[in-house]
Write a protein that binds this ligand. Structure first.
Ligand code: GCU
Length: 516
Protein backbone atom coordinates (compact mmCIF):
# COMPACT_ATOMS: atom_id res chain seq x y z
CA UNK A 1 0.00 0.00 0.00
CA UNK A 2 1.20 3.55 -0.76
CA UNK A 3 1.30 5.60 1.38
CA UNK A 4 2.35 3.05 3.96
CA UNK A 5 5.27 1.59 5.89
CA UNK A 6 6.50 -1.91 5.23
CA UNK A 7 6.98 -2.58 8.94
CA UNK A 8 3.28 -3.19 9.57
CA UNK A 9 2.77 -5.23 6.39
CA UNK A 10 4.48 -8.43 7.46
CA UNK A 11 6.03 -9.81 10.65
CA UNK A 12 9.31 -10.37 8.83
CA UNK A 13 9.49 -6.62 8.10
CA UNK A 14 8.70 -5.27 11.59
CA UNK A 15 12.27 -4.11 12.21
CA UNK A 16 13.62 -4.27 8.61
CA UNK A 17 15.74 -1.22 7.75
CA UNK A 18 17.15 -2.17 4.34
CA UNK A 19 16.21 -1.52 0.72
CA UNK A 20 12.77 -2.28 -0.76
CA UNK A 21 11.76 -1.66 -4.38
CA UNK A 22 8.30 -0.32 -5.27
CA UNK A 23 6.85 -0.45 -8.79
CA UNK A 24 3.76 1.11 -10.34
CA UNK A 25 2.75 0.55 -13.97
CA UNK A 26 0.98 3.69 -15.14
CA UNK A 27 -1.15 3.57 -18.30
CA UNK A 28 -1.30 6.92 -20.11
CA UNK A 29 -3.57 7.55 -23.11
CA UNK A 30 -1.20 10.34 -24.12
CA UNK A 31 1.77 12.20 -22.67
CA UNK A 32 0.26 15.16 -20.72
CA UNK A 33 0.78 18.71 -22.05
CA UNK A 34 3.26 20.92 -20.14
CA UNK A 35 5.67 19.51 -17.56
CA UNK A 36 5.07 16.45 -15.40
CA UNK A 37 6.63 15.82 -11.99
CA UNK A 38 6.68 12.77 -9.76
CA UNK A 39 5.96 14.24 -6.31
CA UNK A 40 6.74 12.11 -3.22
CA UNK A 41 5.29 13.25 0.13
CA UNK A 42 8.07 11.41 2.00
CA UNK A 43 10.24 8.32 1.64
CA UNK A 44 12.19 7.10 4.67
CA UNK A 45 15.17 7.33 4.47
CA UNK A 46 16.67 7.43 0.92
CA UNK A 47 14.78 7.17 -2.38
CA UNK A 48 16.09 6.25 -5.86
CA UNK A 49 13.55 7.08 -8.56
CA UNK A 50 13.42 5.53 -12.06
CA UNK A 51 10.86 6.02 -14.84
CA UNK A 52 10.86 3.58 -17.78
CA UNK A 53 14.30 2.37 -16.78
CA UNK A 54 15.87 5.82 -16.57
CA UNK A 55 17.08 7.25 -13.24
CA UNK A 56 15.35 10.62 -12.64
CA UNK A 57 16.80 11.39 -9.21
CA UNK A 58 17.52 10.40 -5.64
CA UNK A 59 16.64 12.00 -2.33
CA UNK A 60 17.89 11.76 1.27
CA UNK A 61 15.68 12.54 4.27
CA UNK A 62 12.72 10.60 5.59
CA UNK A 63 10.10 13.22 6.42
CA UNK A 64 9.96 15.94 3.74
CA UNK A 65 8.52 16.12 0.20
CA UNK A 66 10.47 16.14 -3.06
CA UNK A 67 9.68 16.08 -6.80
CA UNK A 68 11.49 15.07 -9.99
CA UNK A 69 10.72 16.31 -13.51
CA UNK A 70 9.71 13.21 -15.52
CA UNK A 71 8.41 15.02 -18.63
CA UNK A 72 11.06 13.55 -20.92
CA UNK A 73 10.66 9.98 -19.60
CA UNK A 74 6.85 9.58 -19.83
CA UNK A 75 5.28 8.02 -22.92
CA UNK A 76 1.80 7.07 -24.13
CA UNK A 77 0.87 3.52 -23.02
CA UNK A 78 2.68 1.64 -20.23
CA UNK A 79 5.01 3.59 -17.96
CA UNK A 80 7.03 1.72 -15.36
CA UNK A 81 7.67 3.85 -12.27
CA UNK A 82 10.18 2.22 -9.92
CA UNK A 83 11.27 3.69 -6.57
CA UNK A 84 13.87 2.09 -4.33
CA UNK A 85 13.50 3.10 -0.67
CA UNK A 86 16.36 2.39 1.70
CA UNK A 87 15.70 2.87 5.43
CA UNK A 88 19.35 2.37 6.35
CA UNK A 89 20.73 5.26 8.44
CA UNK A 90 24.44 6.00 8.90
CA UNK A 91 26.30 8.05 11.50
CA UNK A 92 26.29 10.90 8.96
CA UNK A 93 22.50 10.71 8.46
CA UNK A 94 19.86 13.07 9.92
CA UNK A 95 19.03 11.44 12.31
CA UNK A 96 21.73 8.84 12.97
CA UNK A 97 20.71 5.17 13.48
CA UNK A 98 20.41 5.92 17.23
CA UNK A 99 16.94 7.28 17.97
CA UNK A 100 14.27 6.61 20.56
CA UNK A 101 11.68 5.86 17.91
CA UNK A 102 11.13 3.00 15.47
CA UNK A 103 12.43 3.47 11.95
CA UNK A 104 9.43 2.99 9.68
CA UNK A 105 10.56 2.41 6.10
CA UNK A 106 8.74 3.00 2.86
CA UNK A 107 6.81 5.52 0.79
CA UNK A 108 5.11 6.74 3.95
CA UNK A 109 3.24 9.65 2.36
CA UNK A 110 1.28 9.97 -0.92
CA UNK A 111 3.00 9.84 -4.33
CA UNK A 112 1.45 11.97 -7.10
CA UNK A 113 2.09 12.57 -10.79
CA UNK A 114 1.65 16.35 -11.09
CA UNK A 115 1.27 18.06 -14.47
CA UNK A 116 1.74 21.84 -14.80
CA UNK A 117 1.95 24.31 -17.73
CA UNK A 118 5.37 24.97 -19.29
CA UNK A 119 5.61 28.06 -17.05
CA UNK A 120 4.13 27.36 -13.61
CA UNK A 121 3.90 28.65 -10.05
CA UNK A 122 6.70 26.76 -8.25
CA UNK A 123 5.92 27.97 -4.75
CA UNK A 124 4.51 30.99 -2.91
CA UNK A 125 4.32 32.43 0.61
CA UNK A 126 1.65 34.91 1.78
CA UNK A 127 1.93 36.33 5.30
CA UNK A 128 1.27 39.27 7.55
CA UNK A 129 4.44 41.37 7.79
CA UNK A 130 5.45 42.95 11.07
CA UNK A 131 3.87 46.26 9.96
CA UNK A 132 0.51 44.55 9.27
CA UNK A 133 1.04 44.55 5.51
CA UNK A 134 0.12 41.41 3.58
CA UNK A 135 3.33 40.30 1.84
CA UNK A 136 3.41 37.79 -1.03
CA UNK A 137 6.54 36.10 -2.40
CA UNK A 138 5.98 34.02 -5.55
CA UNK A 139 8.53 31.90 -7.41
CA UNK A 140 7.82 30.70 -10.96
CA UNK A 141 9.33 27.56 -12.55
CA UNK A 142 9.82 26.12 -16.04
CA UNK A 143 10.35 28.20 -19.18
CA UNK A 144 10.08 31.99 -19.69
CA UNK A 145 9.83 32.81 -15.98
CA UNK A 146 11.12 36.39 -16.35
CA UNK A 147 8.89 39.43 -16.64
CA UNK A 148 5.58 37.55 -16.14
CA UNK A 149 2.49 39.08 -14.55
CA UNK A 150 1.74 37.50 -11.17
CA UNK A 151 -1.55 37.95 -9.27
CA UNK A 152 -2.34 36.95 -5.66
CA UNK A 153 -6.01 37.15 -4.68
CA UNK A 154 -8.14 36.77 -1.55
CA UNK A 155 -11.59 36.92 -3.08
CA UNK A 156 -13.47 37.01 0.25
CA UNK A 157 -11.65 40.22 1.14
CA UNK A 158 -11.75 41.67 -2.37
CA UNK A 159 -7.95 41.87 -2.03
CA UNK A 160 -5.53 41.62 -4.97
CA UNK A 161 -1.76 41.92 -5.21
CA UNK A 162 -0.22 42.32 -8.67
CA UNK A 163 3.46 42.13 -9.58
CA UNK A 164 5.91 41.18 -12.32
CA UNK A 165 8.52 38.47 -11.93
CA UNK A 166 12.22 39.33 -12.14
CA UNK A 167 14.83 37.59 -14.30
CA UNK A 168 14.93 34.65 -11.86
CA UNK A 169 11.16 34.31 -11.97
CA UNK A 170 10.51 35.61 -8.44
CA UNK A 171 8.54 38.58 -7.16
CA UNK A 172 7.60 40.01 -3.75
CA UNK A 173 4.63 42.34 -3.52
CA UNK A 174 2.87 43.81 -0.50
CA UNK A 175 0.01 46.07 0.45
CA UNK A 176 -1.76 47.21 3.60
CA UNK A 177 -3.88 44.31 4.85
CA UNK A 178 -7.66 44.76 4.38
CA UNK A 179 -9.29 46.26 7.49
CA UNK A 180 -11.77 43.37 7.70
CA UNK A 181 -9.10 40.65 7.66
CA UNK A 182 -9.81 38.28 10.60
CA UNK A 183 -6.57 37.18 12.31
CA UNK A 184 -6.06 33.43 12.78
CA UNK A 185 -5.83 32.14 16.38
CA UNK A 186 -6.55 28.86 18.24
CA UNK A 187 -9.85 30.36 19.40
CA UNK A 188 -10.78 31.70 15.94
CA UNK A 189 -8.92 29.66 13.27
CA UNK A 190 -10.07 31.76 10.31
CA UNK A 191 -8.77 30.56 6.91
CA UNK A 192 -9.09 32.33 3.57
CA UNK A 193 -9.04 30.91 0.04
CA UNK A 194 -5.97 32.37 -1.65
CA UNK A 195 -5.38 32.09 -5.42
CA UNK A 196 -2.05 32.67 -7.13
CA UNK A 197 -2.00 32.96 -10.93
CA UNK A 198 0.77 33.54 -13.45
CA UNK A 199 1.36 32.62 -17.11
CA UNK A 200 -1.85 30.59 -17.24
CA UNK A 201 -1.09 28.51 -14.13
CA UNK A 202 -3.51 28.93 -11.20
CA UNK A 203 -2.88 27.44 -7.75
CA UNK A 204 -4.82 27.93 -4.52
CA UNK A 205 -4.68 27.11 -0.83
CA UNK A 206 -6.48 27.97 2.43
CA UNK A 207 -4.33 30.30 4.54
CA UNK A 208 -4.67 31.89 7.98
CA UNK A 209 -3.04 35.20 8.90
CA UNK A 210 -1.50 35.94 12.29
CA UNK A 211 1.68 37.33 13.77
CA UNK A 212 3.91 35.68 16.39
CA UNK A 213 6.68 37.44 18.28
CA UNK A 214 8.45 37.55 21.63
CA UNK A 215 8.47 40.34 24.18
CA UNK A 216 10.97 39.51 26.93
CA UNK A 217 9.75 36.25 28.52
CA UNK A 218 6.40 36.40 26.75
CA UNK A 219 5.26 34.88 23.47
CA UNK A 220 2.85 37.21 21.63
CA UNK A 221 0.22 35.91 19.20
CA UNK A 222 -1.36 38.80 17.28
CA UNK A 223 0.26 41.10 19.83
CA UNK A 224 -1.32 39.35 22.86
CA UNK A 225 0.58 37.14 25.37
CA UNK A 226 -0.21 33.44 24.96
CA UNK A 227 0.61 30.53 27.33
CA UNK A 228 1.27 27.31 25.39
CA UNK A 229 -0.77 24.40 26.81
CA UNK A 230 0.89 21.70 24.77
CA UNK A 231 1.67 18.04 24.31
CA UNK A 232 4.36 16.30 22.22
CA UNK A 233 3.30 13.92 19.43
CA UNK A 234 5.16 11.35 17.29
CA UNK A 235 3.83 10.29 13.85
CA UNK A 236 2.10 7.02 14.71
CA UNK A 237 -1.57 6.24 14.17
CA UNK A 238 -3.75 5.04 17.03
CA UNK A 239 -4.18 1.25 17.04
CA UNK A 240 -1.90 -1.75 16.74
CA UNK A 241 0.22 -2.16 14.81
CA UNK A 242 0.58 1.61 14.50
CA UNK A 243 1.39 3.07 11.08
CA UNK A 244 3.48 6.01 9.87
CA UNK A 245 0.97 6.65 7.08
CA UNK A 246 -1.29 9.50 8.16
CA UNK A 247 -4.47 10.45 6.39
CA UNK A 248 -6.82 13.21 7.53
CA UNK A 249 -8.70 10.84 9.83
CA UNK A 250 -5.47 9.77 11.58
CA UNK A 251 -4.44 13.39 12.06
CA UNK A 252 -7.86 14.40 13.41
CA UNK A 253 -7.99 11.41 15.75
CA UNK A 254 -4.82 12.50 17.58
CA UNK A 255 -5.30 16.28 17.38
CA UNK A 256 -8.87 16.04 18.68
CA UNK A 257 -7.62 14.22 21.80
CA UNK A 258 -5.09 17.05 22.27
CA UNK A 259 -7.49 19.91 21.65
CA UNK A 260 -10.86 18.62 22.87
CA UNK A 261 -9.92 16.19 25.67
CA UNK A 262 -6.62 17.58 26.96
CA UNK A 263 -7.58 21.26 26.34
CA UNK A 264 -4.35 22.02 24.43
CA UNK A 265 -3.74 25.07 22.28
CA UNK A 266 -0.27 23.80 21.21
CA UNK A 267 1.35 20.59 19.89
CA UNK A 268 5.04 19.77 19.53
CA UNK A 269 5.25 17.66 16.37
CA UNK A 270 8.37 15.69 17.37
CA UNK A 271 11.04 14.91 16.22
CA UNK A 272 10.75 15.45 12.47
CA UNK A 273 8.31 17.11 10.01
CA UNK A 274 4.92 15.40 10.28
CA UNK A 275 2.65 14.72 7.29
CA UNK A 276 1.38 17.79 5.46
CA UNK A 277 -2.17 16.82 6.46
CA UNK A 278 -1.19 17.21 10.16
CA UNK A 279 -0.42 20.95 9.94
CA UNK A 280 -3.44 21.48 7.65
CA UNK A 281 -5.73 19.96 10.28
CA UNK A 282 -3.97 22.02 12.99
CA UNK A 283 -4.77 25.14 10.88
CA UNK A 284 -8.43 24.14 10.73
CA UNK A 285 -8.80 23.09 14.37
CA UNK A 286 -6.80 25.98 15.85
CA UNK A 287 -3.65 24.44 17.35
CA UNK A 288 -0.25 26.16 17.49
CA UNK A 289 2.56 23.95 16.16
CA UNK A 290 6.24 23.33 16.95
CA UNK A 291 7.79 21.91 13.75
CA UNK A 292 11.18 20.13 14.06
CA UNK A 293 14.07 18.82 11.97
CA UNK A 294 15.46 15.48 13.30
CA UNK A 295 18.92 16.76 14.30
CA UNK A 296 18.51 14.41 17.23
CA UNK A 297 21.13 13.51 19.89
CA UNK A 298 24.70 13.03 18.69
CA UNK A 299 24.58 13.92 14.97
CA UNK A 300 27.84 14.26 12.95
CA UNK A 301 28.03 18.01 13.53
CA UNK A 302 31.56 18.19 12.09
CA UNK A 303 30.54 16.58 8.78
CA UNK A 304 29.75 19.09 5.97
CA UNK A 305 27.53 16.55 4.17
CA UNK A 306 25.40 16.17 7.29
CA UNK A 307 24.90 19.95 7.47
CA UNK A 308 23.83 19.94 3.80
CA UNK A 309 21.32 17.18 4.55
CA UNK A 310 19.90 19.13 7.50
CA UNK A 311 19.75 22.34 5.46
CA UNK A 312 17.85 20.82 2.52
CA UNK A 313 15.53 18.97 4.92
CA UNK A 314 14.81 22.25 6.72
CA UNK A 315 14.22 24.06 3.40
CA UNK A 316 11.83 21.36 2.17
CA UNK A 317 9.93 21.60 5.46
CA UNK A 318 9.74 25.42 5.53
CA UNK A 319 8.77 25.74 1.84
CA UNK A 320 6.05 23.11 2.40
CA UNK A 321 4.56 24.62 5.56
CA UNK A 322 5.28 28.35 5.65
CA UNK A 323 1.66 29.06 4.59
CA UNK A 324 0.40 27.16 7.64
CA UNK A 325 -0.77 29.66 10.26
CA UNK A 326 -0.61 26.95 12.96
CA UNK A 327 3.20 26.66 12.68
CA UNK A 328 4.82 29.23 15.01
CA UNK A 329 8.18 27.55 15.77
CA UNK A 330 10.89 26.09 13.56
CA UNK A 331 13.02 23.85 15.79
CA UNK A 332 16.51 22.97 14.60
CA UNK A 333 17.02 19.93 16.84
CA UNK A 334 16.59 17.97 20.03
CA UNK A 335 18.89 17.19 22.97
CA UNK A 336 22.23 17.83 21.25
CA UNK A 337 25.66 17.99 22.94
CA UNK A 338 27.07 21.43 23.81
CA UNK A 339 30.07 21.46 21.42
CA UNK A 340 31.47 24.21 19.19
CA UNK A 341 30.75 22.13 16.06
CA UNK A 342 27.10 21.79 17.09
CA UNK A 343 26.81 25.53 17.69
CA UNK A 344 28.26 26.33 14.22
CA UNK A 345 25.93 23.74 12.66
CA UNK A 346 22.85 25.30 14.26
CA UNK A 347 24.04 28.84 13.49
CA UNK A 348 24.05 27.89 9.78
CA UNK A 349 20.60 26.24 10.07
CA UNK A 350 19.08 29.25 11.85
CA UNK A 351 20.49 31.73 9.32
CA UNK A 352 19.15 29.59 6.43
CA UNK A 353 15.71 29.33 8.07
CA UNK A 354 15.43 33.11 8.44
CA UNK A 355 16.25 33.51 4.72
CA UNK A 356 13.20 31.36 3.92
CA UNK A 357 10.87 32.74 6.58
CA UNK A 358 11.46 35.67 8.92
CA UNK A 359 7.95 35.60 10.40
CA UNK A 360 8.34 32.69 12.84
CA UNK A 361 10.36 31.98 15.99
CA UNK A 362 13.42 29.71 16.05
CA UNK A 363 13.83 27.21 18.86
CA UNK A 364 15.46 23.91 19.87
CA UNK A 365 14.93 21.41 22.71
CA UNK A 366 17.89 21.64 25.10
CA UNK A 367 18.88 19.27 27.87
CA UNK A 368 22.08 18.50 29.83
CA UNK A 369 21.31 21.45 32.04
CA UNK A 370 23.65 21.12 34.97
CA UNK A 371 22.03 21.74 38.34
CA UNK A 372 23.65 22.27 41.72
CA UNK A 373 21.54 21.64 44.79
CA UNK A 374 18.30 21.56 42.85
CA UNK A 375 18.88 24.85 41.01
CA UNK A 376 19.11 24.42 37.20
CA UNK A 377 20.62 27.26 35.19
CA UNK A 378 19.83 27.09 31.44
CA UNK A 379 23.17 28.44 30.18
CA UNK A 380 23.51 26.45 26.95
CA UNK A 381 25.24 28.78 24.39
CA UNK A 382 22.57 27.76 21.84
CA UNK A 383 20.13 29.86 23.90
CA UNK A 384 21.87 32.92 22.43
CA UNK A 385 20.96 31.93 18.86
CA UNK A 386 17.31 30.92 19.28
CA UNK A 387 14.26 33.07 20.03
CA UNK A 388 12.52 30.68 22.45
CA UNK A 389 14.48 28.59 24.99
CA UNK A 390 13.06 25.10 25.58
CA UNK A 391 14.31 22.40 27.96
CA UNK A 392 13.63 18.67 28.35
CA UNK A 393 13.72 17.46 31.96
CA UNK A 394 12.96 14.07 33.51
CA UNK A 395 13.74 14.58 37.21
CA UNK A 396 12.00 11.82 39.14
CA UNK A 397 11.73 9.46 36.18
CA UNK A 398 15.33 9.00 35.00
CA UNK A 399 17.83 8.81 37.86
CA UNK A 400 17.17 8.03 41.47
CA UNK A 401 15.80 11.35 42.78
CA UNK A 402 12.59 10.68 44.74
CA UNK A 403 9.41 12.37 43.50
CA UNK A 404 9.26 14.36 46.75
CA UNK A 405 12.33 16.30 45.56
CA UNK A 406 10.77 17.49 42.30
CA UNK A 407 8.44 20.33 43.46
CA UNK A 408 11.40 22.13 45.04
CA UNK A 409 13.56 22.15 41.91
CA UNK A 410 14.28 25.64 40.59
CA UNK A 411 14.93 26.81 37.03
CA UNK A 412 16.89 29.90 36.02
CA UNK A 413 16.74 31.21 32.46
CA UNK A 414 19.42 33.94 32.16
CA UNK A 415 18.62 34.44 28.44
CA UNK A 416 15.67 36.71 29.25
CA UNK A 417 13.79 34.94 26.40
CA UNK A 418 10.56 32.92 26.61
CA UNK A 419 11.11 29.59 28.39
CA UNK A 420 9.24 26.32 27.72
CA UNK A 421 9.43 22.79 29.06
CA UNK A 422 9.59 21.02 25.68
CA UNK A 423 9.53 17.65 27.44
CA UNK A 424 8.92 16.02 30.75
CA UNK A 425 7.27 12.64 31.31
CA UNK A 426 7.30 9.22 32.92
CA UNK A 427 6.38 5.76 31.70
CA UNK A 428 3.26 3.82 32.66
CA UNK A 429 1.76 0.64 31.29
CA UNK A 430 -1.95 1.27 30.77
CA UNK A 431 -3.91 -0.92 33.19
CA UNK A 432 -0.95 -1.66 35.50
CA UNK A 433 -2.07 -0.31 38.90
CA UNK A 434 0.05 -0.31 42.04
CA UNK A 435 -0.89 1.63 45.20
CA UNK A 436 2.81 1.45 46.11
CA UNK A 437 3.40 3.45 42.90
CA UNK A 438 6.08 1.19 41.48
CA UNK A 439 7.61 2.76 38.35
CA UNK A 440 5.54 1.95 35.21
CA UNK A 441 2.34 1.91 37.24
CA UNK A 442 -0.32 4.43 36.29
CA UNK A 443 -0.20 5.65 39.89
CA UNK A 444 3.51 6.47 39.59
CA UNK A 445 2.97 8.43 36.34
CA UNK A 446 0.05 10.26 37.93
CA UNK A 447 2.16 11.21 40.98
CA UNK A 448 5.03 12.23 38.67
CA UNK A 449 2.75 14.62 36.75
CA UNK A 450 1.42 16.12 39.98
CA UNK A 451 4.87 16.97 41.38
CA UNK A 452 6.27 18.09 38.01
CA UNK A 453 3.33 20.43 37.40
CA UNK A 454 3.88 21.79 40.92
CA UNK A 455 7.51 22.47 39.89
CA UNK A 456 6.44 24.03 36.55
CA UNK A 457 3.93 26.39 38.20
CA UNK A 458 6.78 27.90 40.22
CA UNK A 459 8.90 28.81 37.17
CA UNK A 460 8.30 32.57 37.21
CA UNK A 461 8.25 33.24 33.48
CA UNK A 462 7.23 29.92 32.02
CA UNK A 463 5.69 30.56 28.58
CA UNK A 464 4.38 27.04 28.03
CA UNK A 465 5.03 23.29 27.95
CA UNK A 466 4.65 20.23 25.72
CA UNK A 467 4.99 17.18 28.02
CA UNK A 468 6.32 13.91 26.63
CA UNK A 469 4.07 12.46 25.10
CA UNK A 470 0.47 12.06 23.94
CA UNK A 471 0.55 8.35 22.96
CA UNK A 472 2.83 5.37 23.69
CA UNK A 473 5.05 4.76 20.65
CA UNK A 474 7.30 2.03 19.30
CA UNK A 475 11.03 2.21 19.96
CA UNK A 476 13.86 -0.31 19.58
CA UNK A 477 15.42 0.98 22.81
CA UNK A 478 12.53 0.18 25.13
CA UNK A 479 13.02 -3.50 25.84
CA UNK A 480 11.79 -4.05 29.42
CA UNK A 481 9.98 -7.33 28.78
CA UNK A 482 7.10 -6.71 31.19
CA UNK A 483 6.26 -3.06 30.80
CA UNK A 484 7.73 -1.95 27.44
CA UNK A 485 8.23 -4.77 24.93
CA UNK A 486 9.53 -2.25 22.36
CA UNK A 487 7.03 0.43 23.38
CA UNK A 488 8.03 3.71 24.96
CA UNK A 489 5.31 3.96 27.63
CA UNK A 490 5.60 7.68 28.39
CA UNK A 491 2.31 8.29 26.59
CA UNK A 492 -0.67 9.78 28.43
CA UNK A 493 -2.79 7.42 26.32
CA UNK A 494 -2.18 3.78 25.36
CA UNK A 495 -1.59 2.69 21.75
CA UNK A 496 -5.34 2.26 21.43
CA UNK A 497 -6.06 5.72 22.89
CA UNK A 498 -7.08 4.61 26.40
CA UNK A 499 -6.42 7.46 28.82
CA UNK A 500 -4.08 6.80 31.76
CA UNK A 501 -4.64 8.47 35.17
CA UNK A 502 -1.92 11.08 34.51
CA UNK A 503 -3.91 12.32 31.48
CA UNK A 504 -6.49 13.85 33.78
CA UNK A 505 -3.86 15.54 35.98
CA UNK A 506 -2.55 17.52 33.00
CA UNK A 507 -6.05 18.09 31.63
CA UNK A 508 -7.28 19.55 34.92
CA UNK A 509 -4.37 22.00 35.04
CA UNK A 510 -4.96 23.03 31.39
CA UNK A 511 -8.69 23.53 32.05
CA UNK A 512 -7.81 25.69 35.05
CA UNK A 513 -5.36 27.95 33.16
CA UNK A 514 -7.56 28.02 30.05
CA UNK A 515 -10.09 30.03 32.06
CA UNK A 516 -7.57 32.60 33.31
C1 GCU B 1 14.17 12.26 25.42
C2 GCU B 1 13.93 12.37 23.92
C3 GCU B 1 12.69 11.63 23.48
C4 GCU B 1 12.63 10.32 24.26
C5 GCU B 1 12.31 10.69 25.69
C6 GCU B 1 12.24 9.44 26.56
O1 GCU B 1 14.01 13.51 25.99
O2 GCU B 1 13.84 13.71 23.45
O3 GCU B 1 12.81 11.38 22.08
O4 GCU B 1 11.63 9.48 23.73
O5 GCU B 1 13.33 11.50 26.23
O6 GCU B 1 13.27 9.13 27.15
O7 GCU B 1 11.16 8.82 26.60
Amino acid sequence: EIPGDWNGRDATLTWFEGLVWFRKVLELDAVPEGRSFLHVGAANYRALVHVNGEKVGEHEGGFTPFAFDVTDQLKAGRNSIVIGVDATHENTSVPTPITDWKTYGGLTRPVHLVTVPDTYVHDWFLRLGSDSDLVATVRLGGADVANRKVRVEIEALDFTLDGTSDAAGTVTVKAVAPADLQRWSPGAPTLYDVTVSAAGDVVSDRVGFRTVATDGHRILLNGEPVFLRGISIHVETLGEPPSRAFDEASARALLEIAKNDLHCNFVRLAHYPHAAVMTRVADEMGLLVWSEIPVYWDVAFDNPGTLQTALHMQEENIVRDRNRASVIFWSVGNETPQTDERLAFFDAMIKAALELDDTRLMTAALHNVRGEGGVYVVDDPLAELIDVVAVNTYQGWYGRAPLTRVPGLEWQNPSGKPFLFSEFGAGAMYGFHDPEMEKFSEEFQEAYYKVTIEMARKVPDLAGLSPWILKDFQSPRRMHHAYQDYWNRTGLVSPRGEKKKAFFVLRDWYKEIEKQ
